[in-house]
Design a protein around this ligand. Structure first.
Ligand code: AMP
Length: 209
């Protein structure tokens, strides 16, 4: 199955993706993680993306479409993939339709008040992309990634003013995708406010896994 996870920044796409990787046996692709890795390694892509990301804006479509196309051409995506954070604009969705058949867009519905609280406690691993929350989903050892043992960090774009800007960007540019996938008959929506295990259960039901 080729699945898209839709939802505002902080809705829980990354956390649900790590569960679905196991459940579905396919890789998850986070364009945000690929871009953060590129910034960390100071690559040309990272240098082009950094200012947009720090400002809570979207990276230009051309850059992310090219990187996504290259990523899903890899062999591990042949039997399916989960997209976390792509597409984020209508032109990205149209480009994706030309390179892959999407089976389902699963939207995580979470109101802004809940998201704001979640974002302040979020910690991420830059090496493997795992996401934690200091209260709702803490690592076994404080500040250390369970999966790869690297140090956890607070994302630079999780500062309150950037979080607000990212939500505005989401409403303006990404929310129209709800109508886009509804029109294609591919949209499924679940309540993402109910805690991690419950969200996983709702996703499994919605996807018929
Ligand atoms: P995320 O980790 O998905 O929240 O992404 C972090 C940041 O990376 C976003 O705020 C954007 O600046 C950039 N980004 C990630 N995915 C995309 C995308 N599909 N289109 C444009 N910008 C993106």
């Amino acid at each position: 199955m080729n699945l898209i996870l839709l939802g505002a920044p902080g809705a829980g796409k990354g956390t649900l993706a790590s569960y679905l990787i196991e459940k579905m046996g396919v890789p998850s692709i986070s364009t945000g993680n690929i871009l953060r890795e590129a910034i960390k390694n100071d690559t040309p892509l990272g240098r082009q993306a950094k200012d947009f990301m720090d400002a809570g804006q979207l990276v230009p479509d051309k850059l992310v479409i090219d990187l996504l196309e290259e990523r899903i051409a890899k062999r591990d995506c042949k039997s399916g993939f989960i997209l976390d954070g792509f597409p984020r604009t209508i032109p990205q969705a149209e480009a994706l339709d030309k390179i892959a058949n999407i089976d389902c867009a699963l939207s995580l519905d979470v109101p802004y008040e809940v998201i704001e609280k979640r974002m302040t406690g979020r910690r991420v691993c830059l090496r493997c992309g795992a996401t934690y929350h200091v209260v709702a989903n803490p690592p076994r050892v404080e500040g250390i990634c369970d999966i790869c043992g690297d140090k956890l960090i607070i994302r630079s774009d999780d500062q309150p003013d950037v979080v607000r800007r990212r939500q505005e960007t989401y409403h303006e540019q990404t929310e129209p995708l709800i109508d886009y996938y509804t029109a294609q008959g591919k949209l499924k929506t679940i309540d993402g406010t109910q805690g991690i295990r419950e969200t996983e259960k709702l996703a499994v039901q919605a996807l018929g896994l």
